[in-house]
Design a protein around this ligand. Structure first.
Ligand SMILES: *Cc1c(COP(=O)(O)O)cnc(C)c1O
Length: 369
């Protein structure tokens, strides 16, 4: 039986280190911000090659606070992919701005710069590029487009810890990167956590205020801020896990390579990784016109799969577009065809072979049915 992921297994491997980190926080008596949070912020900024990092409560807050810190709000439009986790668009709506959906590329599943260009209006303030499934979005064409029109370019890095674009880590490629440390991400906390990485010291300072009641110093609140601080316990646990992230990502890459090799030529679509991109291999996503039948056949063979994502964001109730939108046709097709195979660093070679065999047998059964 190949589980989709097994978070307890990773915790067992790191149990001593994680327990020691927990003890450190326990005896420190500091339970909001403090040295564990600072240590993580410095280490994660170094990992992303950025000047600074601001730890916050979760990935949704990271995107929302990044937009707020840039002054994006009511009356503004922000271009987001129609094919992503809802958080990317929800953060835009939560600051009172309007998400405008652009289509994605049929091979990379990432933002299509031509569709972004077509979505720009005089109200557009920013574009949020999502590095979907761990593959960097086309940052160069997007930067050319946003620079020439005076727009912000933000990164949703929730799925991309360890990804690189032209050799540079994601999170420091544009006007700010939002990260989630939701437990299943490549770098996952043991609860909710998030961060923003940036090269801009003034932006980082505004973010530090916004995450903490808009407070500049004790009882001085120049802006209406939130309470969304990275928990020191999560920071301590993340400090442990960050030390293992590169080796975890190497194992992910090895498994993804095996899938690519052994599942080639079977009529499955597979996410393309452009030559300038190095994937973080967050999810291994294939596509097939009979996705649901394939999923059922895999389930029967003991291979657990998930779908990221079965509903394109513009069809979600808050954006209520019940009918197909021809301008977002790729997002709509992918959402009906994509399937995520199990991919996590603790899978052993037998688990991986089990998935490969399961997919081969299921496709055969589908073809003969
Ligand atoms: C996980 C995720 C988020 C949100 O992160 P949370 O920490 O769960 O709020 C945002 N964007 C993408 C693309 C994600 O995968």
């Amino acid at each position: 039986m190949a589980r989709f992921f097994d978070l307890a297994q990773q915790c067992r491997l790191l149990e001593e280190e994680l327990t020691e980190a927990f003890r450190r926080v326990l005896v420190s008596g500091t339970f909001v911000l403090g040295s564990e949070v600072q240590r993580f912020e410095r280490a994660f900024a170094a990992f992303c090659g950025t000047a600074d990092c601001v730890g916050v409560g979760n990935g949704l807050d990271a995107i929302e606070l990044l937009l707020r810190a840039h002054g994006v709000g009511p009356g503004d439009e922000v271009i987001v992919p129609a094919f992503t986790f809802v958080a990317t668009a929800f953060a835009v709506s939560l600051v009172g701005a309007k998400p405008v959906f652009a289509d994605v590329d049929a091979q990379t599943c990432n933002l299509d710069p031509a569709s972004v260009a077509a979505a720009v209006t005089p109200r557009t303030r920013a574009v949020i590029a999502v590095h979907l499934y761990g593959v960097p979005a086309p940052m160069e064409p997007l930067a050319a487009l946003t620079r020439s029109r005076g727009l912000l370019l933000l990164e949703d890095c929730a799925q991309a810890h360890g990804a690189r674009y032209h050799g540079r880590p994601t999170g420091g490629l544009a006007d700010g990167g939002a990260h989630s440390f939701y437990p299943t991400k490549n770098l996952g906390a043991l609860g909710d956590a998030g961060a923003i990485t940036t090269q801009d010291a003034a932006l980082a300072e505004r973010l530090r205020q916004l995450r903490s009641y808009g407070q500049r110093e004790k009882y001085v609140h120049p802006t209406l801020g939130r309470n969304s601080r990275l928990d020191p316990l999560q920071a301590a646990l993340l400090n442990v896990k960050l030390g293992h992230l590169d080796s975890f990502n190497l194992r992910r890459a090895e498994i993804a390579e095996t899938y690519r090799r052994r599942l080639a030529g079977l009529g499955l679509g597979m996410q393309q990784v452009p030559p300038e991109c190095s994937s973080a291999h967050h999810l291994f996503v294939v596509w097939h016109p009979r996705r649901d039948a394939l999923r059922t056949a895999l389930e029967a063979r003991g291979v657990e799969t998930l779908v990221h994502y079965p509903v394109p964001v513009h069809h979600q109730a808050p954006y209520g577009h019940p009918t197909a939108n021809p301008a977002l046709a790729v997002a709509e097709r992918l959402s009906s065809q994509v399937l995520s195979l199990p991919l996590y660093p603790e899978m052993n070679d037998l688990d991986v072979a089990g998935v490969v065999d399961g997919v081969q047998a299921s496709l055969e059964a589908l073809a003969n049915a």
